[in-house]
Design a protein around this ligand. Sequence first.
Ligand code: AMP
Length: 389
Amino acid sequence: MPSLSEETHGAVKMLQPGATIGIIGGGQLGRMMALSAKYMGFRIGVLDPTPDCPTAQVADFQIVGEYDDKTAIHDLAEKSDVLTYEFENVDAEAIDEVRHLVAAPQGTDLLRVTQDRVHEKTFINEHGTETAPWREVNDFDELEAAIDELHYPCVLKTRSGGYDGHGQHVLKNDADLEKIRARGDRGGGFPPSILEGFVDFAFEASILVSGNGEQYVTFPIVRNDHRNNILHMTIAPAEVSPEIAKAAHELALRLAKGFELAGTLAIELFVTKDNRVIVNELAPRPHNSGHYTIEACSIDQFDAHIRGIAGWPLIQPKLLSPAVMVNVLGQHVLPTRAQIASHPEWNVHDYGKAQLRHNRKMGHITVLTDDTAATVAALEATGCWDDLK
Ligand code: AMP
């Protein structure tokens, strides 16, 4: 595992308005980072293979190229004062290679840890924080041995590259195990993986933490509802006991300090039926479950990310109103657009994606409310999200 001591960034040098922030990845997260940065007077460059991608529409310039194209990353670095990224599968080595040209306040250790489930779980556990019980498994024999220890049901996940449930198998019995063996026998191989004990959670939650290398602030713990492994809805704040909220804030601060975090980090959690908070995984960037912060918090996750990487001071975000955020996937675009006229309470966000595809995140809607249960019911009653029922 990379050692953080090799790279102690500490306080980030303060960036002045007018400086250029280069973003690797031009989707909706980059777009919302860019919008925050523009308010503060920064210039934005974005690297993305798709011309006129969501971020490019609000940026000062785009470099059209693949995310791992070293020449393109070099080009972006030369034109920027600070580099950041909107997703975790960025080539850390490529960023290290341009650090003589540009500041990378988030460092690359954060990327290396969060790109690899073994490093990630080790880091979390070493920082006094619970995860599901897990074992590294590199072949079928190791998988069988790990199942003997962790028992069914359990979840097999690839060490790297998985997202939204891709690269995951829930194993409930020997028949499921045999399917994994058969896949290997058919030449599918056995990618480096981890086996996790199945967490019988009451619900899924998340918490965001932002830092500038020496000061860290947390956002409220929120409740997340996934459908088909994709986030459907976030309810802010989650209805949890003060003890659970405190545990979530404390673990977020421990992890942020451990990383000497600059920017925003999302921590996906399980809240168990016996009232424990367990970390599922980390995302070293703003997160879909934090979009509610744009309207509902005194400073949002994108502002905090930009302030953090720019070395600006941070202030503890306040929740100004409870909120419900619902994702608009490809199949929800037409039904929701047809109803915008009837819903002045909808804060409508559209990411400007040219191609509408089933299950693709195209936008989201946030509703500020005093009654989250009634708002959830009202959103569901529109029929726009009936395919997810
Ligand atoms: P991940 O890609 O690790 O975020 O997992 C995707 C989804 O699978 C999570 O949001 C959970 O709903 C479920 N999941 C992942 N790991 C576990 C686990 N150890 N126990 C129970 N459910 C899990």
